[in-house]
Design a binder for this molecule. Structure first.
Ligand code: C2E
Ligand code: MG
Ligand code: MG
Length: 484
């Protein structure tokens, strides 16, 4: 083989090796490029997911964001079959103040988790801000939505969070609103918030529902009188009491009256407490909302003339927060010259009580002085029977919601029967509130509940109106029919 041939062969081999090398390099470059592209893609997907999470979820809790809800809301046809629940923790500020904001955040996270777990497939939880959560419910009847709201409120109350060794729980309030056909998200939230406001107004730890007329009155309440007008009204003694009789329908006579606050304006307009009670709670330190002297005047003018009757006053959560000495002084003044059992204090069952132990002690002392304690609006909260265990009470007043429709087959008698049986065991008496029809009264009597209050038997009127009529026997038509 000639040298030239060898040289040519070697050159060709060199070129081939070079070509192969370049090809290998190019392939290697392509693989690197593919790997880099893949990595870039993965990073983009992750970033996209992170952004989506940021947009769709609340940054503190596991709940969805408002933005997500807005999109979901727009995607769902609003045909009047959906509902909105607004849940707000009671006294959450004290968690932040007492344990610091970081602990407060942790608390909210746990609450959100618990609420999220409670949600069904057709329910979406989102955080509205602060300690406010909303649940958007699809295809649900309003009464079912109200039951769901009670379940959410219960979940909050059950959730105990360990904050640096201290076990902390909070109650919650909820407002429920049906979302009308074609309504936008802001409207739905506004209505649920109105209902929440009503729940807070009666002390929280309960659920309120808005619908039609109720909603209108709630909005009117918000745009009601101003704080300055109220201060002036108190000064001019326009805040006064009307009274409504409470009857023993077996004996056919009145057993007492309930004092119901009214604002009688100089133009003759009479405002119901719903119009101004909230403002009054915020602006006054008092416990019975009208100045104590108004209550004393009523007890001292009404009770001596009617020794068989008691006078019942509604007390607010504030009353339970006053000092025991102040309240005992007040109780002594109220009952001066009377049999103290002629005075009853009504505590609303759903009132949020900050310090149960202290409240129990306060009520015990008042009872020891001879006053009687009633649990009002029984059945409106969710801790009905728990409250009965917590506090010794003399009277339980069943809320109108359990009375409405009785006798017409629209009401559930179970709770009334249970309460009646319990009242015998525990030794308290039962009064049915808001009795409006003869059928309701008859059904109550059949169960064995004879004490009743309501428009059927007598409306709230001025003290002078009832002073002269209260001793009259009840119309025989309303008394228990004796069975042969
Ligand atoms: P409440 O203590 O449960 O009083 C009963 C309410 O039911 C009264 O409303 C009364 O007028 C109304 N009512 C009575 N019979 C019937 C009936 O047959 N049908 C219907 N639909 N309603 C009936 P009112 O006077 O508007 O008072 C509302 C609430 O305001 C009271 O509920 C009570 O929680 C609060 N309140 C009233 N006065 C005072 C007060 O002096 N202090 C405090 N803290 N709260 C008060
Ligand atoms: Mg009452
Ligand atoms: Mg009541």
């Amino acid at each position: 083989m000639s040298t030239a041939l060898i040289m040519t062969g070697l050159a060709a081999l060199g070129a081939f090796v070079g070509l192969m090398g370049r090809m290998v390099l190019r392939c290697r470059g392509a693989a690197d490029e593919i790997r880099a592209l893949r990595e870039r893609n993965d990073a983009l997907v992750a970033e996209n997911g992170r952004l989506l999470t940021m947009v769709e979820f609340d940054d503190l809790t596991a709940a969805r964001s408002r933005r997500y809800l807005r999109e979901l809301f727009a995607r769902t046809h609003q045909d009047g079959s959906n509902a909105m629940i607004f849940v707000d923790l009671d006294e959450f500020k004290s968690v932040n103040d007492g344990f610091g904001h970081r602990a407060g955040d942790g608390f909210l996270r746990r609450i959100a988790e618990a609420l999220h777990r409670e949600c069904r497939e057709t329910e979406t939880l989102f955080r509205h801000g602060g300690d406010e959560f909303c649940i958007y419910l699809r295809a649900v009847a309003l009464d079912e939505a109200a039951r769901r709201a009670e379940a959410f409120v219960r979940v909050v109350h059950r959730t105990e969070v360990d904050l640096g060794g201290v076990k902390v729980r909070r109650t919650a309030s909820a407002g429920v609103a049906r979302i009308d056909a074609g309504q936008d998200m802001m409207g739905a939230l506004y209505h649920a918030d109105e209902a929440l406001y009503a729940a807070k107004q009666v002390g929280g730890n309960c659920v309120r529902v808005t619908e039609g007329e109720t909603l209108k009155t709630m909005i009117a309440r918000r745009t009601g009188p101003r704080a300055e007008d109220l201060a002036e009204a108190i000064r001019r003694e326009e805040i006064t009491y009307y009274v409504q009789p409470i009857y023993d329908t077996r004996a056919g006579r009145a057993v007492g009256v309930e004092a119901l606050m009214r604002w009688v304006r100089s133009d003759g307009d009479v405002l119901l407490p719903a119009k101004f009670i909230d403002m009054m709670t915020r602006s006054r330190q008092g416990g019975l909302l009208p100045p104590d002297s108004v209550s004393v005047d009523l007890a001292q003018s009404f009770c001596p003339a009617h020794e068989q009757l008691y006078c019942a006053f509604n007390i607010s959560a504030r009353f339970l927060e006053r000092s025991v000495e102040d309240n005992m002084d007040f109780a002594r003044t109220l009952t001066r010259g009377l049999d103290p059992s002629q005075v009853v204090l009504e505590l609303v069952e759903s009132t949020a009580i900050r310090n149960t132990e202290r409240a129990r002690e306060m009520l015990q002392q008042l009872r020891a002085h001879g006053l009687r304690i009633a649990l009002d609006d029984f059945g409106t909260g969710f801790s009905n029977f728990e409250r009965l265990q917590q506090f010794e009470v003399d009277i339980v007043k069943i809320d109108r919601r359990f009375v409405r429709g009785l006798g017409a087959g629209q009401a559930d008698r179970g709770i009334l029967r249970a309460l009646h049986a319990l009242s015998r065991d525990m030794g308290f008496s039962v009064i049915a509130e808001g009795v409006e029809t003869a059928e309701e009264l008859r059904a109550l009597q059949e169960i064995g509940i004879y004490n009743a209050q309501g428009y059927l038997l007598g409306r709230p009127e001025t003290v002078s109106y009832w002073q002269s009529r209260i001793a009259q026997p009840l119309s025989p038509g309303f008394c228990l029919r004796k069975t042969a």
